[in-house]
Design a protein around this ligand. Structure first.
Ligand code: TRH
Length: 392
């Protein structure tokens, strides 16, 4: 026999929400980056009433500066955002409940889900991987050991039989509008308190984990034939960059050495970060969400994968390289693979950079093709909403 659920508090929206999305920030920005994007798209593209529960407003605010850390409930971009306090105030669960990256829902909330009729569809949104096992595990049910509830494992991925990738319906149109409009581009630079670098410069964005290979790269860029402008949004100081500069750098600082200009940027709002990726000739990205956004930018990319124990991440890296390089001419494929491996191993030879630059025109064509082909697949939320509807 189930015990009675606690009395719910009143939500800012009158009716019971359509979706609850729970996000615990473990480290960095991937968890909140994905959950915020997903919640915004549910509200924007699907006109759903979404409640987003986040336990760390300080991290969240870096991606979404409008967030008021003093408010425990607020509505932004159509999403009802709640501070996920340690002591969870009971509410009526939504029709669909997304647990971001196995973040463990509050016990009282799970009890409450079990008492509802119909019971909510419970989804665990997992991490992205290009590995083959993902297709076999996507949508596997996991019955609750005690309560009459089933949790489904939803795996993002690159194949049609996985959960796909987050991609808002307006993304491509926004990108084309931005890249095609000199006015929008100069407004973007202006808002950042900066100006566009000369057209002759190779524009590179760098967002990665602390990596000694960055020092190798900066030194190679310093003596590059072509001027290089490197844009680096920082959320915290980067020791390798500071060592290169010889002083501690912060947002707004610029270093000029030989052919290289490094501009340290503030960590920009999520949509503005997209614009940065769209502007650059080459993007260094990391983790999960920036890695996906760089693919939707249709520009060449270098991925710093999130390091895991026993080098498990290298298997993930190779699984992606295998599909990404499948239709890339052999010579460029070797260059790209070698460069990604070297970047992740923390050591870049000057010659490797030279080879990558030479391959850039071909890599750019490939990135356009990759984006076009991958965009033909249904996006993650289309798949997730369809699956949830089938279980409601
Ligand atoms: O920050 P990440 O490394 O995040 C993660 C987490 O470490 C997570 O625990 C791990 O499991 C996962 O990687 C694989 O990188 P990611 O995923 O790219 O998230 C960064 C987010 O920050 C993404 O939504 C883009 C956003 N962003 C901005 O909004 N503005 C910026 O200026 C930058 C650089 C990024």
């Amino acid at each position: 026999m189930l015990s009675r659920p606690p009395v719910p508090s009143v939500s800012t929206f009158a009716a019971r929400p359509d979706w609850d999305v729970f996000c615990r920030v473990i480290d960095n920005f991937g968890d909140i980056g994905v959950c915020w994007r997903l919640a915004r798209q549910l509200a924007g593209d699907f006109a759903l009433h979404v409640r987003l529960w986040v336990d760390d407003f300080d991290s969240f605010r870096l991606l979404c500066p409008e967030l008021d850390p003093g408010l425990s409930i607020q509505v932004l971009q159509g999403v009802e955002i709640h501070c996920w306090e340690t002591c969870f105030t009971p509410v009526v669960p939504a029709r669909v409940v997304v647990e971001g990256f196995a973040c463990h829902l509050p016990e009282t909330f799970v009890e409450h889900m079990a008492h509802l009729s119909p019971r909510p569809v419970w989804i665990n949104l997992d991490y992205l991987s290009a590995e083959e096992w993902v297709s076999g595990c996507h949508l596997l049910p996991s019955p609750h050991p005690r309560l009459p509830l089933i949790k489904y494992f939803f795996f993002p991925g690159f194949a049609v039989d996985t959960g796909g990738l987050l991609r808002e319906s307006t993304l491509r149109a926004r990108r084309l509008q931005f890249t095609g409009s000199a006015e929008l581009r100069s407004a973007w630079w202006r808002e950042l308190g900066s100006t566009a670098p000369p057209a002759s410069a190779l524009l590179v964005s760098v967002f990665g984990y602390d990596n000694p290979a960055l020092g190798d790269l900066l030194r190679a860029w310093e003596i590059s034939e072509r001027p290089i402008c490197c844009l680096m949004p920082l959320s915290r100081p980067l020791p390798v960059l500071d060592a290169f500069a010889g002083s501690s750098l912060g947002s707004g600082d610029i270093i000029r050495r030989g052919s290289l200009e490094v501009r340290v940027l503030p960590f920009v709002e999520q949509d503005r970060y997209d614009c940065l990726l769209w502007l650059c000739d080459l993007n260094f990205v990391r983790g999960e969400d920036s890695f996906v956004r760089a693919q939707w930018a249709a520009r060449p990319l270098v991925w710093h994968i999130y390091p895991q124990q026993a080098a498990a991440h290298l298997t993930k890296l190779d699984a992606f390289l295998a599909i990404y390089c499948a239709q890339l001419p052999q010579a460029s494929s070797v260059v790209l693979r070698d460069f990604w491996h070297a970047w992740n191993a923390g050591r870049i030879e000057a010659m490797a950079w030279g080879k990558l630059v030479a391959a850039l025109p071909q890599l750019r064509e490939h990135a356009l093709r990759w984006d076009a082909e991958l965009s033909l697949q249904e996006d993650l939320l289309g798949r997730l909403v369809r699956f949830s509807c089938s279980r409601l």
